[in-house]
Design a binder for this molecule. Structure first.
Ligand SMILES: [Zn+2]
Ligand SMILES: [Zn+2]
Length: 416
């Protein structure tokens, strides 16, 4: 069967998350967005694990489901289509460690098939550091040693390096990462079969580097709040189950690619100086020898530049099949460009509720409902904007040096 999965989320026990980040609200928003499988996030945290044990039950296929269907404000408001949302046991670890005098900071997603495995992993991590203060614990633990702990806990437990290009917290990060997978994982590199591209890069950018060819590229929301689910998702067509899903990630057979947010929207996509109003491509930065043409100081280097430095192919590829992807954006953001007011305004929210009630969920609305039908139900402007998004007829001002990128509908073609 075909289904969507978002496997990187955080609970209310992680720092800087919403107080609504609980199992009931994640379930509700998974239905509103149209996502069948979501991560639990944060299984290392005792408080959150307690809620997982109390409120979820095994679904018999390595996933879990809520024992009782909740009645939440979000469900009452949006009335999404029925969907049997399942949870996959996931967590994220922030490793901070030294090798040969250099400090590395790497985030990793870890996955477990059952609660016994979770308990074995937690026992090991507990000895290393404090896993009780943050849902995403920071541990003085080499990423390679973490992989060993995960692998030893169960043959069906896995590690996927998270948002691999983030400058400060990732395996290839320019500030605190490595220059290759081998450098990080050495003789255990073969145990890794998938990489998370993160919000600031898309598969096309990653496929510029042939070193990554063998890895499946996954995308998740890294949601800190339930309504941010599905900013990026993975598509599968497999039997519904933990084993089948990971077998698809290992073999690419049954993995149908991802839905991606525009990487240009990220705060550190290109290079630049926010203060000086300077935004440069990697080539332009190299021409200026890495210095700002206005103030002369070193530029803040973005994700695209880091990818270009590692890459051995010239241009982003737009692959198909398991490497394929489509661009999406949150529907409230798209509606806000049409209504010309903020995504949080009443006008936009009323439109959003109307569309979800009509078509069952957000991702189906954004990608699949025929334009003529949307035009009839909700007006030509909304239908027109969705057609432009689906065609990639978008113009983007890329983010740089901490400034978010912006999207306008029409007048451009993305990455062409
Ligand atoms: Zn992270
Ligand atoms: Zn400057």
């Amino acid at each position: 069967m075909q289904y969507r999965a978002d496997l990187h989320i955080h609970s209310k026990y992680s720092i800087a998350t919403s107080k609504h980040a609980d199992l009931e609200n994640y379930y509700s928003w998974a239905r509103i967005k149209g996502i069948r499988i979501i991560g639990t996030g944060d299984f290392t945290h005792h408080g959150w694990l307690g809620e997982i044990k109390e409120k979820l039950e095994p679904a018999g296929n390595g996933f879990f489901r809520l024992k009782e269907k909740p009645v939440t404000e979000a469900l009452t408001l949006f009335k999404p289509a029925p969907l049997d949302v399942l949870f996959c046991l996931t967590s994220e670890i922030s490793s901070v460690f030294k090798r040969d005098g250099r400090t590395y900071r790497v985030h990793s997603l870890i996955f477990a098939p059952d609660l016994e495995t979770v308990s074995r992993i937690r026992k090991k991590l507990e000895i290393i550091g404090n896993i009780g203060s943050d849902g995403r614990p920071i541990l003085r633990l080499d990423t390679k040693d973490l992989l060993e702990i995960v692998r030893d806990a169960s043959p069906d437990a896995y590690l996927i390096p998270a948002h691999i290009w983030t400058p400060w917290y990732s395996v290839f990060g320019s500030k605190s990462g490595f220059n290759s997978m081998n450098e990080c994982f050495a003789d255990l590199t073969d145990e890794i079969f998938a990489l998370e591209t993160g919000l600031s890069s898309d598969p096309g950018m990653n496929r510029m580097w042939s070193d990554l060819d063998r890895f499946t590229l996954v995308s998740n929301s890294d949601a800190h709040s339930p309504n941010k689910l599905g900013r990026e998702v993975n598509l599968f067509s497999t039997d519904l189950g933990y084993e089948a899903m990971f077998s698809a990630l290992k073999t690419k057979d049954g993995f149908n690619g991802t839905y991606e947010y525009f990487p240009e929207k990220g705060k550190y996509h290109l290079d630049g100086h926010r203060k000086c109003g300077v935004c440069l491509t990697p080539e332009e930065t190299d021409k200026h020898k890495g210095r700002c043409p206005v103030c002369g100081k070193p530029l803040t280097i973005g994700v695209m530049h880091r990818v270009a430095d590692c890459a051995d192919r010239k241009k982003p590829l737009k692959p198909s099949g398991p490497d394929g992807y489509r661009y999406i954006m949150p529907l409230d953001e798209l509606l806000s460009t049409v209504a010309d007011c903020g995504a949080g305004t009443k006008t936009v929210q009323v439109l959003l509720v109307k569309l979800i009630r009509l078509y069952g969920d957000e991702l189906t609305t954004v990608l699949d409902i025929p334009a003529e039908r949307i035009s009839k139900d909700a007006g030509e402007d909304i239908a027109g904007a969705l057609v432009k998004l689906r065609r990639g007829d978008i113009s983007l001002s890329p983010g740089f040096d901490g400034q978010f990128g912006t999207v306008k509908m029409g007048t451009g073609e993305h990455l062409k």
